[in-house]
Design a protein. Structure first.
Length: 200
């Protein structure tokens, strides 16, 4: 953002981080989850956090690894807050008493008030097949959401895959790709430099 417009460094950006709340209930087999009185019923169980995106211009955050650590620290502290549990309960109550349309409207309204969405999913550790055709790799993307930027992360067979979706005509995809590659290179250089300094 700051490369395109210097004024953007004065703006506040918020990310919505979607969290799997099934872990609050426990994981069960599909056979157990589809039972009518299941303790952990089948279906999506999630909550979301509003996370302020740290500014790269903040003092001490010019180091890309420090920037990542700061973002991780913010998410970690919010993730263990009561807000995650209460958001999940609120969504469940809205769905139960007002119906799925009202719950979807509430979620959409919440998403609309954020700059970007981040979600992740733990994928299979072993290779899967579709109609007896082995799947070499996979990505997933949330579509139809009102954010300008969506980042999804999935692990599959021990490899991490990241997909990025941008609002058409709002974010230059080539510029974003170049910025992401530059950030990756900076983090790799910083991490290897730090590791070398620490080991000597």
């Amino acid at each position: 953002m700051q490369e395109v417009s210097k004024e953007s460094s004065n703006l506040n950006s918020t990310a919505i981080v979607l969290l799997n709340t099934r872990m609050l209930r426990s994981y069960s087999s599909v056979k157990e989850m589809v039972k009518p009185d299941a303790k952990s019923p089948w279906g999506n169980h999630f909550a979301f956090l509003h996370v302020p995106i740290p500014k790269f211009t903040d003092s001490g955050l010019s180091d890309p690894l420090e920037f990542i650590k700061k973002a991780q620290q913010i998410i970690k502290s919010k993730r263990s807050s009561l807000g995650v549990y209460l958001t999940a309960k609120l969504l469940k109550a809205v769905d139960k008493f007002r119906g799925p349309e009202a719950a979807a409207k509430y979620v959409h309204g919440t998403l609309k008030n954020s700059s970007m969405a981040i979600t992740n999913m733990i994928g299979p550790m072993e290779q899967v097949a579709v109609a007896n055709h082995p799947v070499k790799g996979l990505y997933f993307m949330v579509t139809g959401n009102p954010q300008s930027l969506t980042v999804t992360v999935i692990s599959y067979m021990g490899k991490l895959r990241i997909a990025i979706g941008v609002e058409d005509g709002f974010i230059d995809p080539q510029k974003l790709k170049s910025s992401m590659e530059n950030a990756d290179d900076m983090m790799l250089l910083q991490a290897t430099t730090s590791a070398t300094t620490t080991s000597t």
